[in-house]
Structures are given as C-alpha cells and as structure tokens.
Ligand binder design. Structure first.
Ligand SMILES: [Zn+2]
Length: 170
C-alpha cells in the first residue's frame, strides 16, 4: 500500500480537533504539505468557529473558507500548498461517504484548488477496524471517464523537523 507521510504535529492537531468536541459532532479542516512532495502532510489548519458542524454533517461555509484561505496563504508563501481535507465521522464509518466523494470531485475539478488530480482525504473515527491511530487516509482522483477513483493509503508519522530538514531523502 502506498503511504502518506504525516508530521506528528499534523496528527496531533487533527486528533485534538476531532476529539475535543466529543464524538457527537463532525468537524475538520485542511491538510498542508510541501509543494515539492505530493503525499507529505506537515501542517493542518482547523476549521474556524464559523464552520457548520452537525452530528452527521460538517461543511466549510463561505466564512470558514475565507478563514482557511487566509491561513493557507501564509503557508503558500513558504512553498507549501493545500493537499486535502480531514473530517471526523462520529458514526464510526471509516470510508468516504458518497457526499465526501462528490465534494472531492468538485474540488478536483475546480481550478481554484490546483490539486493536480491528487486529493488526500482523511477520516477520523473510532471503529472496530483496529488502527494504531484512528485516522483513515485516502487519495481521490478522477479517471479518464470522469469517474472517481478512491485509493486507501497507509500512513507513516515522523516529527516535523525530520521531514522538513530532510525532504530530499524522503
Ligand atoms: Zn464524511
């Protein structure tokens, strides 16, 4: 299985956000990594208080997107880019929902995201699929017939300084 490399900071931020609200509400944010490497996540930006969070629904509305874009801009100036999104599934479903796949395709097709047909989507959930860390990662892309292709990815975690100091060796 192909891997996504996460910094321990990114994993920590994802888990803090998804667990601080208990298991009742979906929440999430965006994944950020170096432009030079497609499957490395070094940082995350968690959605603002403006995002819509319900028990089976999380939505980055206009105000939230404005906030996320502002934060993203600072990373872009340093050679980083938006790699994908993460969100929680309080229901325990480890897979992307049909809604998640539809959202992914919209993002892949939108020129404003510049995703290069490679969108990382992470689902955070407690499930009986034993996982060391409750984050399930996928890459969504679009094939030649405009159908979605969802690939389950393994993950590896390292301290952020190990990743940023040695990007060439990864
Ligand atoms: Zn979902």
């Amino acid at each position: 299985m192909e891997k996504i490399l996460f910094s321990s900071n990114a994993v920590g931020s994802i888990l803090v956000e998804c667990y601080k609200r208990g298991r009742g509400l979906e929440t999430g944010g965006i994944l950020i990594g170096p432009k030079s490497h497609k499957n490395i996540i070094t940082d995350v930006v968690v959605s603002s208080i403006h995002a819509d969070r319900e028990s089976s629904f999380y939505y980055q509305n206009e105000m939230d997107v404005k906030f996320l874009n502002q934060e993203l801009r600072a990373y872009q100036l340093k050679g980083y880019e938006h790699k994908g999104n993460f969100h929680s599934h309080p229901t325990g479903m480890i897979n992307l929902s049909q809604g998640d796949i539809d959202t992914s395709l919209n993002m892949l097709r939108s020129p404003s995201y510049k995703l290069n047909n490679n969108l990382i989507m992470c689902i955070v959930t407690e499930s009986n699929h034993h996982a060391d860390i409750p984050i399930f990662s996928y890459i969504v892309s679009e094939d030649d017939n405009n159908n979605s292709v969802v690939k389950r990815m393994a993950s590896r975690m390292l301290p952020k300084h190990c990743i940023t100091e040695c990007l060439e060796c990864i």
